[in-house]
Design a protein around this ligand. Sequence first.
Ligand code: NAD
Length: 489
Amino acid sequence: MATEAPAAPAAPARPTDPAIRDQLYIGGAWVDPTGDGTIEVLDSTTEQVAGTVPEGTPKDVEKAVAAAREGFEAWSAVPLEQRVETLQGISAQLAARGDELAALIASEVGMPLAQSRAIQAGLPAMDFGGTAQAAGEILWEEKVGNSPVVREPIGVVGAITPWNYPLHQLCAKVAPALAAGCSIVAKPSEVTPLSAFVLAEIIDEIGLPAGVFNLVTGFGPVVGEAIAAHDGVDMISFTGSTRAGKLVSEAAAGNVKRVSLELGGKSANVILDDADLTRAVKHGVSNCLLNSGQTCSAHTRMLVPRERLEEAEQIAAAAAEKMAPGDPFDPASRIGPLVSDAQRERVREFIEVGEKEGAKLVAGGADAPEGLDSGYFVKPTVFSGVKPDMRIAQEEIFGPVLSIMPYDDEDEAAEIANGTIYGLDGGVWSADPERAKAFARRMRTGQVQVNGATFNPLAPFGGYKQSGHGRELGRYGLEEFLESKSIQE
Ligand code: NAD
């Protein structure tokens, strides 16, 4: 009898050939772009070209919106059950291509492969599966007095997405828009657009009516703005920076289209005085450093009782130093590079700002990590003694930089936690879950994790204040794409 264990399936490797994409997906077909520009996509570790995509133009947007208007007529008439089956089919195909997607996104974004497999490739399949489930929870029709109230799709949706979780951000819009009966013009980030082409291939194979899903790649101020301003678009669902979200809102005002915004964050992780400090700090460091700190909901401010500041900074420094950066395709790497040279430079500048502001550097720093010949790496960095008015306590850095901030009592902790323009996410730690939940209610944010609870992909996700408005995921996410019609009888 054989005693050898079956060989483990080989982990996907870094793609060897650049992904050359020279067509856009419009009106149910791959079509040549109207311009001849291309955008190079770089592997964030090797700094070599990982692929190229068309540099779309406003003329491409024109064609895509015209196709989407026709697609909307067809798709909104398809029965809900069939739309839900389509979502389930896309979910299954995304799951089947998970290894390929994980490698593609590990190469362009730089997230370590195992995490990329679970999160970057895993979440998109869940976005479609979860939305299929949520479609069954919507009250599609109800009676209010003498009025049947019916929920209907809003129309043509422009979906504009960022680079940090490229496929998840896109699927968190495409899945509910399709479930609602909308058609879509999608513009992924020009920095990490490759996985969107895999989604378009899957949708093409599944065979949606022509024009229901359209993909136009290009730069934000050109293609993004053309979509946001277009009179033929009924809604913009935007994820990205607060800066670009404001521009999108202005461009969208021309025809009073609906705008849903998922923007930046500067989330606070509040460790109350009765919490298990070691556990809370270690967990907080991992949360902050996930995807090299390029997560909108990252807990980048850690609030600790003043009398435990020194203890907390030692635990945090030790945890950060263990997270040595390395090639995302090396299983030993806990953290990869940042997405681009521009992002690396921005983050290093912020680290220098923190030092100049007088924060205490307890791990990392602005100099390049040793032993890495290429790649946009930044050392996991921890500042302590950070004051609420410092720039590193107020501005979104979007890199592996944690600010530890002391507080004297719970009221002050709440004031500091709520004292930024953002309100996306947060954490609270206490030995008493009821005390933690009571504090969570004081936080002006869209999400709060109590004692490191896991992310729930069916719960509404979105921001307060300048972190945006509107919600994604699950039933709440689907409702964003619906209108309500009252029929009096
Ligand atoms: P970004 O704002 O630079 O770009 C996002 C998208 O908007 C890209 O597709 C870009 O091409 C496009 N864009 C840029 N300018 C535009 C304009 N004037 N008109 C129309 N479109 C335009 O953001 P980024 O650097 O790609 O991503 C990082 C940001 O995204 C961070 O601020 C992060 O917090 C935020 N983010 C938020 C969430 C959330 O759910 N709240 C999730 C992920 C990322």
